[in-house]
Ligand binder design. Structure first.
Ligand SMILES: [Zn+2]
Length: 92
């Protein structure tokens, strides 16, 4: 990934799905920094996730819908720029 950590398509897909299930729409790298117990936490752009994960058409639309809903909810709560929508826009 952009942060330098390698992931398999299978683990990437599983990780992103579990993040969305937790209501998390940002994909943060779960790998540990070398020699520490700290997570890398680099944010993976959705375009990159979509390219590397093995998503069926159905999963892809599920991901995008969930991200849009979560991003919209966040927008209402914090009145910040809707980052998720921006990601979706860039992905098309
Ligand atoms: Zn990383």
């Amino acid at each position: 990934m952009t942060c330098g950590h390698a992931v398999t398509p299978q683990s990437l897909t599983a990780w992103c799905r579990s993040l969305l299930d937790q209501g998390q729409h940002k994909f943060l790298c779960p790998a540990l920094k070398e020699g520490t117990l700290q997570r890398c936490n680099a944010e993976w752009p959705y375009v990159e996730v979509r390219r590397l994960a093995v998503l069926t058409q159905e999963e892809q639309s599920h991901f995008e819908e969930t991200m849009a809903v979560l991003a919209a909810a966040e927008y209402c709560e914090h009145k910040t720029v809707s980052f998720g929508k921006m990601l979706l826009y860039n992905a098309t």
